[in-house]
Write a protein that binds this ligand. Structure first.
Ligand SMILES: *Cc1c(COP(=O)(O)O)cnc(C)c1O
Length: 381
């Protein structure tokens, strides 16, 4: 099956009793048994499995080419489940530009539990390799990164982690499997904030893991079941519904994102534009190699004035864009990373990696591109 068919049919079956094309929302906590311990259709208690969630989990496995999909109550709950594979003294090497909440979980929760983290720009493969030792158990990346749109060569990292028997996890929230499928490129685990493009309509908080290896998939299902941050059936339904149009939406997000990036790159008030689809992006070649069909809808930029006040005025002036956290919904959103999504990263660290106070991040929606560009134009004036 091609990707654009998998989003609709991957792992899906008609509901056996009625032929319902979409799975009902099985709003039930528990399932009747024939005899103690003898289940009717494998379902026992909804924390372990629920048919609506199963439909979503099978769709997730299909679109990311994994053997197992797991749906969580948030993206961070999904990440947390991966971290539970680790033990004190284990080491993690992570990309130096990460979603703020991921960085916060690593440094304020798991670091205190005895896990050691190294943050490094993984475009520097030598530096990355120099940090590997016998305690290294996990490599964690995002690509493109949030909010600076750095691109990491998944295949290059995957070769190294495979040779050293280190788990390799990729947060694929920004690219989505429409543009990039990390498991095909050497990742062991794909993580999603399904709140973003997978759900796609800004109406649900959800997370996902897709695991390449079936045995590791079973282990992660055990962790999900045993710690309990599962996705409810109503929310699972919403994410599954979103996935049905993922290919169409991300195609348009990418077209609009490219046009916005090109417009900003020519704007006299703009200093830097961060977008992997621009030829002058430092990792444009890697992006072209591993992303297919576009470069996504996320665009960040800074002002020539370097003035925080200009960024704030821009964000107060947009009308088609809504000033709000989050991303990946059909509607355009604008955000100030330093004050909003990335405020949890200490200021010196923010400055060091380039999240300056004049940085604006746009989640370009699927409205008409003329309205989007006009809105940006008026917000600069
Ligand atoms: C939003 C986001 C997360 C966290 O997901 P939640 O659903 O908010 O818990 C993780 N990674 C990236 C890249 C995100 O954008």
């Amino acid at each position: 099956m091609k990707f654009n068919t998998k989003t609709i049919h991957g792992g899906q079956h008609h509901e056996p009793h009625t032929g319902a094309v979409m799975p009902p929302v099985f709003q039930t906590s528990t399932f009747a048994q024939k005899s103690p311990g003898v289940l009717i259709n494998g379902y026992e208690y909804s924390r372990g499995a629920n048919p609506t969630r199963t439909a979503l989990e099978d769709a997730l496995a299909s679109i990311e080419n994994g053997s197992r999909g797991l749906a969580f109550s948030s993206g961070l709950a999904a990440t947390d489940c991966v971290m539970k594979l680790l033990k004190p003294n284990d080491e993690v090497i992570a990309m130096d530009d990460l979603y703020g909440g991921t960085y916060r979980m690593f440094t304020r929760i798991y670091q205190d539990m005895g896990i050691k983290f190294h943050f490094v720009d993984m475009n520097d493969l030598d530096k990355f390799q120099s940090l590997i030792n016998e305690n290294t158990k996990l490599v964690w990346i995002e690509t493109p990164t949030n909010p600076l749109m750095k691109v990491v060569d998944i295949e290059a990292i995957g070769k190294i982690t495979k040779a050293k028997n280190i788990l390799f996890a990729v947060d694929n929230t920004f690219a989505t499997p429409y543009l990039q499928r990390p498991i095909d490129l050497g990742a062991d685990i794909v993580m999603h904030s399904a709140t973003k493009y997978l759900g796609g309509h800004s109406d649900v908080i959800a997370g996902a893991l897709i695991i390449k290896d079936a045995e590791l998939g079973d282990k992660m299902h055990f962790l999900q079941f045993a710690t309990g941050a599962t996705l409810g059936p109503q929310d699972a339904y919403l994410v599954l519904r979103g996935i049905k149009t993922l290919h169409l939406r991300v195609q348009r997000h990418s077209e609009n994102g490219q046009k916005v990036a090109e417009y900003l790159a020519k704007h006299p008030k703009v200093a830097k534009v961060y977008y992997p689809g621009l030829e002058n992006h430092p990792n444009h070649d890697v992006a072209k190699k591993q992303m297919n069909g576009g470069f996504g809808g996320m665009v960040s930029f800074t002002f020539k004035s370097e003035d925080k006040a200009d960024a704030i005025k821009f964000l107060e002036s947009v009308k088609v864009f809504t000033l709000a956290e989050s991303l990946g919904g059909v509607e355009s959103l604008a955000n100030h990373p330093a004050l909003m999504t990335h405020a949890s990263i200490p200021e010196p660290k923010r400055k060091e990696i380039g999240i300056t106070d004049d940085l604006v991040r746009l989640s370009v929606g699927i409205e008409d591109i003329e309205d989007i560009i006009k809105d940006i134009e008026q917000a600069f004036n």
